[in-house]
Write a protein that binds this ligand. Structure first.
Ligand code: HEM
Length: 325
């Protein structure tokens, strides 16, 4: 879907778009809040005084569990699925590691499909399998999906629904902890959590760059010529820091900016389908985290933090914090 064009793209997107409407997303709210509460309880039960990796304990498991619920990924497959999704985003992998990940994609996703054929449920994998099987049998009113498209759609959605939201939560926590004045104003209710989330998306978008696009026809962009067939990388991080759009202080995190739009979810026909879900998860995760641990602070100097090893995903590999002073 991400790299398909025209009618092919519309066909693939139409299949899953109804599952990501604002209404369907809202229906996920109790599940999201339940997972948030469970993760916070588990963190609260840790021995006090010990540094906690907020990515591993909170930012990572929440989106992973939500997406696994949506797609009916059984418990015994979740860990391997999560490791595979991280490996896909790792753009520092050697050719051998990349080949191993490609081979893993070829076994893990067919295994999920085989499992869901035997154990169908009220989930998106089962829905997509039904479209696949009905199109193979020539029924279903025109919707169609090949085996490869079924695998690639599952891969795109599970990967996109997972790593990106992990980094949105991690990046927002990092932004607030390194800008104490804005954290204080947020906790005092002067700055809304929605504004914190949107400013995080602009300042530190979960996807910094996105490859896998090719120009359909020649285009001129402000005097730069892109020829038909040229590979294109869209750079959301650069767009968010563009001084022409966001002013001379574009590189500063400032959640009090008024009404500025960002491109972190892309634009046009390929615009992110999961944006309402990502925003909902962040909106459930962030206020609840700071309400439970109002003294949350970084446990290491900021310059000791390392980014995830990727030029696509943009976030922190680990986020060590103290839950209490
Ligand atoms: C903070 C979280 C997220 C960010 C920053 C993000 C960002 C993006 C971006 C930049 C694109 C490409 C848009 C373009 O080319 O114009 C995209 C596409 C997409 N995203 Fe997301 N995404 C996030 C969460 C999610 C979630 C939770 C899901 C689903 C569960 C999802 C599913 C998709 C899909 C299926 C596409 C391809 C749409 C198409 O090609 O028509 N994303 N996303």
């Amino acid at each position: 879907m991400l790299s398909a064009y025209g009618e092919e793209h519309r066909r693939l997107r139409r299949l899953i778009a109804p599952s990501f409407t604002a209404r369907r997303t809202k229906a996920m709210q109790p599940i999201v809040e339940g997972i948030v509460a469970e993760l916070l309880d588990a963190m609260a039960a840790l021995p006090s005084g010990q540094a906690v990796d907020l990515r591993a304990a909170y930012a990572h498991p929440l989106p992973m569990r939500v997406i696994c619920e949506l797609f009916g990924v059984p418990a015994h497959m979740r860990e391997e699925m999560a490791r595979m999704m991280e490996a896909i985003m790792d753009t520092t992998a050697t050719p051998e590691q990349a080949a191993a990940t490609a081979a893993q994609i070829g076994t893990v996703l067919p295994a999920l499909v085989a499992y869901k054929r035997e154990h169908p449920g009220d989930d998106l994998t089962t829905e997509l399998i039904n479209v696949r099987d009905n199109s193979a049998a020539g029924v279903g009113g025109g919707a169609s999906l090949s085996d490869d498209e079924l695998r690639d759609t599952l891969l795109l959605l599970i990967a996109a629904g997972h790593e990106t939201t992990v980094n949105l939560i991690g990046n927002a926590v990092h932004a607030l902890l390194t800008h104490p004045d804005q954290l204080r104003r947020t906790l005092a209710g002067e700055i809304g959590w929605e504004a914190v989330i949107e400013e995080t998306l602009r300042w530190a978008p979960s996807i910094a760059n996105l490859p896998l696009r090719f120009a359909i026809e020649a285009i001129d962009v402000d005097g730069a010529r892109i020829e038909a067939g040229d590979a294109i990388i869209t750079t959301y991080l650069a767009a968010g820091h563009d001084p022409d759009q966001h002013g001379p202080d574009a590189t500063r995190f400032d959640a009090t900016r008024q009404g500025e739009e960002h491109l972190a979810f892309g634009i046009g026909v390929h615009r992110c389908i999961g944006a309402p879900l990502a925003r909902q998860e962040a909106l459930a995760a962030l206020p609840a985290l700071f309400a439970r641990f109002p003294e949350l602070s970084l446990a290491v100097e900021e310059d000791r933090l390392a980014h995830v090893p990727s030029f696509i995903a943009h976030g922190w590999n680990e986020l060590p914090v103290h839950l209490h002073r």
